[in-house]
Design a binder for this molecule. Structure first.
Ligand SMILES: [Zn+2]
Length: 818
């Protein structure tokens, strides 16, 4: 799940409006008008010293020509500024307020601050600013009309501007259908820079981070969008403007779904929702691209659907979802409640063979607006040979003809509802007050069936194939074509439910363990079901586990039989996904910058469970593997960890997909492990319990976690220490190499130890608290030493002589081995 980030989608798009109506609806007409508006040659001006600035974002139209587009709904929403005049100039200035953002910008733009002159800027604004500028120019208060330049400018820039406008058509329509007083507008500029080429600037009042600079790029033949920097504008940072509110808060979903014989989905989705603080007419939704919404009604009255369909837009838009608008027949008052009904169809289930299915759209198979918590009442009608699972309690389960009908009700509000189906075997269990159901496939998916290997009959391969014939494989290959009908070796088929009972026991005991540590989970029940592939996913009340987790370790494919993979599929995966019942589904990340909290906490919870189950060594081995992965150099010759701070979230993927995983999951687990070491077990676990309690069904940010940690300080640790911990490990990058040297003088009971900690491999301002462990014949003691690149000194007086003094390898602090 990913917080939607506004991305520039420039492409040829075509409009679809449904349901079929007599004449286009207001939304379709508006979008048609946006697309066809074009530049207005009569409204061209020679301008000087204008600005298009907003808060931190400074855009100077110093000297040049400005041509406006024709009005849409009476408003000028776009324009082009060109510097093709004598002494022409435009400039953009932006100083990101955070070190991590300056670092990110520097990576793409070769400078931590943006200061770029440009030759052209294609401007778009739904906040009234261009209309206001047009007013001043057309009244002759500024600039000089140069209508004679109009046709030339329109010809040069018309197509490019229309391309840009088309990419924003839904957003422009949404804003233009919102009364100006309550409109949260967008400003956008596509810049043709003199040094940096083409890039985009956004100021979006809808977004938590209003200011975004980015660029459409290409990686391995595929279009991708690089975000150079993104941050909240000044008024948001200092609290002068409140966080943007979503226009619609979902409260209850009732979904009636039918899966036909081919498992095609047809559903009626009824959503009860409350309008936010502003009246609204155009309701924004998103849904999987595999789903087609064919009709919408608001309070029983047919409503227009406006969606965008374009291959290019699909390729360029982030995520698997498509946006669309429902245009309510009437404006919906602030704070009022409504029922919005959808009819939808699509194919979201694919077969992996042998009645093993892959549900592709797990969290986005029905339209969503925002990520608010809602209750669910879900009814599915489907082929009776299968079992379908969703979160919640079974309210109905019966067979009717060839169909089975299952209705489940999730009375506890949850973030989203997934479903899964198959020909299942089931084990039920749990503890008083908590029900656990674990489902496994009766049969094995095709990809896991052992490959039938043709083997030659004994006489056909008389010569030892490895001896002097250019390698065994080639030798064998040369012999086999002679064999017309090879006999077939049929290896034993792995049992797809070999570990069903083990998984069920493990899940139940993990739930119990976490409940004891953190308090109750998202829902009073948990259903676990298989998914083909090598991943898991933890939805509220429903966990998807890789089919590989159900196999006996000895029967897993050889590609995943290494020790790390075995621990992953046998121990960590279910513990991680179960932990998401708390982290991600109950306590939710406030934004993409905080997404690491869910993954890091789920990963570290899984390690706590592993430690309980198999001992500290098992946990430390995994942490050591994580450290090694973080220190591995990527194709650019830098370590995975140095791609960027953990708070960059999905933006780390511009480094590589592995960088995102390594940093979010592995470094994230280390961050919590180091916090635990610094705070002590008791305070650390109390802090997590408080996190669960304070942010029950609510968003939490990284800054809020830091503030919470400060309420659980052990003796000798100050708030400044915690700030420095977060600055170093969370908001920045770097893994040091540490080395301890020491000398011991005196005899018991007055032993003096003095030593140094040497640090290298990190920038000069890198400093951490490193745990130096002094081991005695019996027991040990930790001395925390603040490191610097110029070395740190420590001294201690001990009652007995130490046997070893070291920074515990792999367990105390994230550091490279030396
Ligand atoms: Zn996860």
């Amino acid at each position: 799940m990913r917080t939607a980030v506004l991305l520039c989608v420039c492409g040829l798009t075509s409009l679809t409006a449904a349901p079929p109506q007599t004449g286009p609806g207001v939304g379709a007409s508006l979008i048609q008008a946006i697309r066809s508006a074009g530049l207005d040659p009569a409204e061209s001006y020679r301008v000087r010293d204008l600005t298009f600035s907003k808060e931190d974002l400074k855009i100077y139209l110093t000297e040049g020509l400005l041509i406006f587009s024709k009005p849409v709904n009476g408003e000028r929403v776009s324009a082009v500024f060109s510097t093709e005049v004598e002494g022409g100039d435009g400039e953009v200035l932006l100083l990101p307020p955070y070190p991590g953002e300056r670092q990110s910008l520097a990576k793409f733009a070769k400078s931590p601050n943006l200061d770029e002159h440009f030759r052209v800027a294609l401007l778009l604004a739904t906040d009234g600013s261009l209309q206001e500028l047009f007013g001043r120019l057309s009244r002759g208060e500024e600039g000089r009309k140069v209508s004679e330049m109009g046709p030339l400018l329109a010809e040069e820039w018309g197509a490019a501007l229309s391309n840009i406008s088309s990419g924003f058509d839904l957003r422009i329509a949404q804003d233009l259908l919102t009364p100006p007083a309550s409109r949260q507008g967008l400003r956008f500029a596509a810049i043709g820079g003199s040094k940096l080429g083409n890039f985009d600037l956004f100021y979006d009042a809808h977004a938590r981070e209003q200011i975004v600079v980015g660029q459409l790029a290409e990686k391995q033949g595929a279009a991708k969008y690089n975000i150079w920097t993104s941050f909240p504008a000044r008024n948001s940072r200092n609290g002068a403007t409140a966080a943007p509110e979503s226009p619609l808060a979902p409260q209850r979903f009732r979904i009636d779904a039918v899966l036909d014989a081919n498992l095609g989905l047809n559903a009626k989705v009824r959503l009860s929702a409350k309008v936010g603080a502003n009246p609204v007419r155009a309701l924004p939704f998103e849904v999987s691209r595999a789903i087609r919404v064919t009709a919408a009604r608001v309070d029983g009255v047919a409503a227009e659907i406006v969606s965008r369909e374009s291959e290019r837009a699909t390729a360029l838009h982030a995520g698997d979802n498509a946006d669309f608008l429902v245009i309510s027949p009437v404006e919906l008052a602030a704070g009022s409640s409504h029922e919005i009904e959808f009819e939808e169809e699509g194919v979201v289930i694919s077969s992996a063979g042998n009645d093993v299915y892959f549900v592709g759209a797990r969290g986005n198979w029905y339209p969503r607006s925002g990520w608010g918590f809602a209750t669910y009442d879900l009814t599915f009608r489907y082929p009776k040979r299968l079992t379908l699972v969703t979160p919640g309690d079974i309210a109905e389960d019966r067979v009717e003809g060839d169909s089975r009908i299952t209705r489940r009700v999730a009375a506890t509000p949850i973030r989203l509802a997934g479903f899964n189906l198959g020909d299942y075997e089931k084990i039920a269990g749990g503890t008083p007050g908590f029900r656990v159901e674990v489902y496994g496939n009766h049969r094995l998916e095709s990809a896991l069936q052992p490959k039938v290997q043709p083997v030659p009959p004994p006489l056909a391969d008389p010569v030892p194939i490895s001896a002097g014939r250019g390698g065994g494989r080639a030798g064998r290959g040369q012999m086999i074509p002679a064999i017309a009908a090879p006999t077939v070796a049929a290896p034993a088929v792995p049992d797809p439910v070999a570990r069903l009972r083990a998984v069920a026991t493990d899940v139940a005991s993990a739930v119990q363990f976490y409940t004891g540590l953190f308090g109750p989970p998202a829902m009073p029940s948990l259903t676990v079901s298989p998914i083909p592939g090598s991943f898991g996913q933890g939805f509220p009340g429903l966990v998807y586990l890789s089919t590989l987790a159900y196999l006996d370790p000895s029967e897993r494919p050889s590609s995943v039989r290494g020790p790390q993979e075995q621990v992953f599929f046998s121990d960590l995966m279910q513990a991680h996904e179960v932990a998401h019942q708390w982290w991600g589904n109950l306590v939710i990340p406030a934004g993409y910058q905080d997404e690491w909290l869910s993954e890091a906490l789920a990963s570290y919870s899984a390690l706590l469970y592993l430690e309980k189950k198999k001992g500290a060594k098992a946990m430390e081995d995994v942490l050591a593997d994580y450290r090694d992965a973080l220190l591995r150099k990527n194709e650019d010759g830098i370590t995975a960890e140095s791609v960027g701070p953990i708070t960059l979230g999905f933006r780390l993927e511009s480094g590589s997909e592995e960088a995102f995983r390594d940093i979010t999951y592995y470094k994230g687990a280390w961050v919590f492990h180091m916090l635990r070491r610094r705070m002590g077990d008791e305070r650390f676990l109390k802090m997590l319990g408080e996190l669960r309690k304070r942010y029950d069904s609510a968003p939490v940010s990284t800054a809020e976690l830091r503030a919470l940690v400060k309420q659980f300080l052990p003796p000798g640790v100050t708030a400044a220490t915690i700030d420095s911990f977060f600055d170093t490990w969370v908001y920045s990058t770097g893994i040091p190499e540490l080395k301890v040297n020491y000398t011991v003088k005196g005899i018991a009971p007055a032993v003096r130890i003095s030593g140094t900690v040497e640090q290298s491999g990190v920038p000069d301002d890198f400093s951490i608290e490193a745990p130096v462990e002094i081991q005695f014949a019996k027991g040990s003691q930790i001395v925390w030493v603040e490191t610097t690149n110029s070395g740190a000194v420590f001294n201690a007086t001990l009652k007995q002589a130490p046997v070893k003094v070291s920074i515990p390898a792999g367990t105390g602090v994230l550091a490279a081995r030396k």
